[in-house]
Each structure stands twice: as C-alpha cells, then as structure tokens.
Design a protein around this ligand. Structure first.
Ligand SMILES: *Cc1c(COP(=O)(O)O)cnc(C)c1O
Length: 237
C-alpha cells in the first residue's frame, strides 16, 4: 500500500511539474514519517525513497537508531519545532533542519555540529500567515536572521520553509506559497545563495509546486491518516 501511495504521489508531483513547466527533478519528495514506525520507513525505502522527515526530536532519534543499518543511504530531516535544549542531538544525528526560527537555535546547531559530518543543511521557518500564535519568523525579520545564519560555520543555509494554514481551493492555497517564493527571491537579490523552498504537504502540493517548491513534505498521502491525529498535530499546524 505504501508503494502504491508513493507511486500516486510521484504522479501528482509529475503532473504538477508538467503544469508548471518545471522539470520533475526540480522537486524533491520528503517522506514525512512522523507517528509511523521504522517498519513503515523500511517499506518506503524498499519502494525507492531515502529522504525522511520527522517532527519530534525524540521520535526521530529513536527511528534513526532503529534504522541504523540504513543510515548511510538515508537523509533525515527535522521539520518540527526545536527547543534549544534539544539542539545537540539534532546537530549530531540529522542531515537537515527545516524549522530554524531564531538565531539562537542556529548558533547552537552550528557550535554543536560535529566536525567530521557534512555541514547541517538548514532552512528558516517563516510564518506566512502572520498569526501571532504560529511558530516561524515574521517575514520582516527574515533578511537579518538569514544573513546572520548564513555566516555561521558548520551550517549551510539553503532556503525557507513554511506551513501555511489549510485553505480550500487552488488559488487560496497558492497565496502563502507565493509569498514565501517572493521572500526567497528578495534574499537571493541581496546576494544570499539559496536554492530551497520547503513547502507543500499532502493537501496542497500542487499549489506549492506551481509557486516554486523544491521540497514537498508529504505524510498522510503516503502512510494514510495518522493515529490520533489531533493529539499528535504539531502546535504549528
Ligand atoms: C505532518 C507534517 C507534514 C506532512 O503533512 P501531510 O498533510 O500528512 O502530508 C509536512 N510538514 C510538516 C511540518 C508536518 O508537521
């Protein structure tokens, strides 16, 4: 079933790319495995996937350990909220962090990234819905933080990430993705070498790809509905 779902997701991505006249390989699928166990990840690996996203640090670390035999071929991305007391294990174990939302977190990740590993790949999370309760940087604060993060050693600032409010309809879904794309464009115009827009989930991947997403983060369309979705939903979603 996971393999069938993956095929359907790849078909959706391919259609959205064709619609947007973008090459399929310009969009990377990040398989969001939060709440699903190591066995589900193995199934996705058997179907050809190797990039996985986790929301919760401890769950991610446990899964990385359970899949240690596959570590060399997998890429692990943290996409959920990160508190400063959890940065060390993330710096030591993950390949990417999409959810950097303040400079202090980036400074800690930079200081704690082991020298023998490749630089930690990071995105800044932006609150495109401008609701005060949401996590993510306010768009107006992004340029200054981006310049500071880009200057840190042991990190590679790659781009921006957002989790827009659920919206019905293609045009309504496009608006926040467009805002993120324009923000990335303004950072690039200021000389920052960024190449990543992490946006688009199961419900809105077409709209995200139409607006330039380079990484789509897909969970439920691959693994099915998450168990006890309400209690497990990140506070930011
Ligand atoms: C859960 C989650 C996803 C995947 O959402 P689906 O709707 O299941 O595809 C993507 N990004 C983040 C940050 C998430 O927390």
């Amino acid at each position: 079933m996971i393999a069938d779902n993956l095929q359907q997701v790849h078909e959706r991505v391919a259609r959205a790319c064709a619609q947007a006249t973008r090459p399929v390989r310009s969009v990377t699928l990040l398989v969001v495995s939060k709440t699903f166990g190591a066995a589900s990840v193995r199934e996705a690996v058997a179907a050809g996937e190797h990039r996985f996203g986790e929301n919760y640090v401890q769950e991610g670390v446990d899964k990385i350990a359970a899949l240690a035999d596959l570590r060399a071929q997998l890429e692990w991305h943290l996409i959920g909220p990160l508190q400063s007391n959890k940065t060390r294990v993330v710096a030591e174990q993950f390949d990417w962090v999409h959810s950097v939302d303040r400079l202090k977190i980036a400074q800690r990740l930079s200081a704690q990234r082991p020298a023998h590993l490749a630089p930690l790949q990071v995105c800044l999370q932006v609150n495109t819905s401008s609701e005060p309760s949401k996590s993510g940087l306010r768009p107006g604060d992004v340029p200054e933080v981006a310049r500071a993060v880009a200057a840190l050693p042991r990190l590679a600032l790659r781009g921006l990430m957002a989790i827009p409010e659920p919206a019905a309809g293609f045009e309504a879904q496009r608006a926040p993705h467009r805002a993120l794309r324009e923000l990335l464009g303004s950072l690039q115009a200021q000389g920052l070498a960024l190449d990543t827009l992490s946006m688009g989930m199961s419900a809105d991947l077409e709209a995200a790809i139409a607006e330039g997403a380079t990484i789509v983060r897909i969970g439920s369309a691959i693994f099915g509905a998450r168990p006890t979705a309400d209690s497990l939903k990140p506070s930011v979603a």
